[in-house]
Design a protein around this ligand. Structure first.
Ligand code: NAG
Ligand code: NAG
Ligand code: NAG
Ligand code: NAG
Ligand code: NAG
Ligand code: NAG
Ligand code: NAG
Length: 407
């Protein structure tokens, strides 16, 4: 990727973050479920972390992994690679890079199956070792250790940041979407954060909170069940014959400062009740077609008054009517106050994706990503049958909703 292409990406990403900041939304759509800053002593917590890989001690590069190469110093996990053989196994056939000799020894850690993530965000803060031949890797793998795999890595010069989502194609073979970004600085000079976020529709990779790339993969993401985190320091990397691989460069250390895991706040079936009227959002009379109004009405438990709220990815949700399977949608991409909210077939358009803004009283507002306005009731009415519209957020009680999980 050229520098000019990267700076375009950075500008786009910065605009997105500013929009979110003006609304005060920054990971507000997620809840932290796991955090380790490695500051509670000289050992990894054995009820969370194991050493090596979930599937053994080697993978697709030249190091065999050994527990003794993992330590904690100064509240950081230290994975150190050395130019020393620790196994009699040689010439493993890596699917990606051909035959490699396991003539180095390094460290990897992974999380127990009890701590896994089905959808959400993982943030790793780490500092790469300086040698170009080292290959720091972040991977999310299924508990059964097959595809799909989400990963980020640093390779060759310390500015290449790789990212990929590998999955099984319809024909049963391995397929992927992936890319490489170039950072401006050398990632062995200091700590940086590397993040992977995924939901039902999008997988997004971040570097220092800036979006590197977001892929729409709605079909492939259904392959993800529970993912476990693996952090490893590979050797020889994506270029097993990299000319700079020189034993005199070793030992080399990857330092991991912290790990965070965030889950979507909403993922399931819910009722959505207006705070002002105490009436339920419903698709008018349970009709099935596109463009039918959403109104408020007495809650009866009808399927057209219940909603599946699902995490699209990248801090966005879709709100699906259980009866029609259509989603809340700002009609005709309007941006004006009082534009109506209807149901429409989901096709991942911005006028049908939402942030969920949480208030202190546990109610929420649904912020449309396209218009930045919130789901409200026309004129703030408390009468049954009045329609849902969008309006600039003004703290109105009709703009706040009680969302209660049903299953
Ligand atoms: C290790 O992790 C477990 C599970 O999260 C936690 O209950 C325990 O307090 C941790 N132990 C230490 C020493 O931090
Ligand atoms: C990491 O561990 C290695 C091997 O134990 C040690 O030589 C090195 O000084 C450690 N690095 C840091 C920054 O703590
Ligand atoms: C990324 O965002 C988090 C949470 O807002 C913040 O704590 C952290 O400092 C940010 N990191 C960078 C590199 O901007
Ligand atoms: C490895 O590094 C050492 C020390 O920098 C140097 O003398 C030697 O020529 C290097 N070997 C190769 C094969 O590059
Ligand atoms: C809604 O419920 C209220 C209070 O229970 C009742 O007075 C009203 O008639 C109901 N409206 C409809 C349309 O069923
Ligand atoms: C809201 O409506 C429900 C019935 O749908 C009723 O049980 C509840 O008492 C009402 N709450 C208020 C504050 O009116
Ligand atoms: C909403 O208010 C406007 C005037 O502000 C009025 O014309 C309209 O009839 C009202 N609609 C409802 C449903 O109350």
């Amino acid at each position: 990727m050229s520098l000019s292409r990267l700076s375009t990406l950075l500008v786009v990403a910065i605009i997105v973050f500013n929009l979110q900041n003006t609304l005060g939304i920054d990971r507000d759509d997620l809840v932290i479920v796991f955090e380790d800053s490695f500051d509670s002593g000289p050992r990894l917590n054995g009820s969370i972390w194991n050493s090596d890989y979930p599937w053994g001690t080697f993978y697709n590069h030249r190091a065999n992994m050994a527990r003794r190469q993992v330590s904690i110093s100064n509240n950081r996990v230290n994975l150190t690679a050395i130019a020393m053989r620790s196994t009699t196994i040689t010439n493993i056939d890596t699917a990606d890079y051909g035959l490699v000799d396991l003539d180095y020894t390094s460290g990897a850690i992974y999380m127990n199956s009890r701590i896994s993530l089905t959808r959400g965000l993982v943030v790793i803060r780490m500092q790469a070792p300086p040698a170009k031949s080292t290959w720091p890797m972040i991977m999310l793998v299924p508990t059964d250790e097959t595809l799909p795999i989400l990963s980020m890595d640093i390779f060759e010069d310390r500015k290449n940041i790789g990212y990929s989502f590998q999955y099984t194609s319809p024909s049963g073979s391995r397929a992927s979407v992936s890319g490489t970004a170039r950072s401006l600085g050398d990632n062995s000079n200091d700590m940086h954060s590397y993040s992977i976020d995924w939901g039902y529709d999008k997988v997004t990779f971040f570097y220092d909170n800036i979006t590197l790339r977001s892929f729409v993969q709605s079909t492939e993401l259904t392959q993800i069940t529970e993912m476990r985190l693996v952090l490893a320091l590979g050797v020889g990397g994506r270029s097993p014959s990299i000319p700079s691989l020189n034993a005199t460069d070793y030992p080399q250390t990857l330092l991991i400062d912290s790990v965070e895991m965030w889950s979507p706040k909403y993922d399931g079936r819910y009722t959505i009740i207006n705070l002002k009227s105490n009436l339920s959002a419903e698709v008018q009379s349970g009709q099935m077609q596109d463009r039918i109004l959403v109104v408020q009405n007495n809650y009866t438990g009808a399927a057209w008054q219940t909603w599946d709220i699902k995490y699209i990815g990248n801090s966005q949700y879709k709100i699906i009517n259980v009866n029609s399977r259509k989603v809340l949608d700002v009609h005709a991409w309007q941006t004006d106050d009082n534009a109506k909210v209807v149901q429409y077939t989901f096709n991942l358009k911005e006028n049908q994706i939402w942030h969920i803004m949480q208030h202190d009283d546990q109610t929420v507002s649904f912020v449309n990503v396209w218009s930045q306005k919130v789901a409200s009731i026309l004129n703030g009415s408390a009468q049954a049958g009045v329609q849902m519209v969008q309006r600039t957020f003004d703290n109105g009680l009709d703009q706040k909703w009680k969302v209660t999980r049903l299953n």
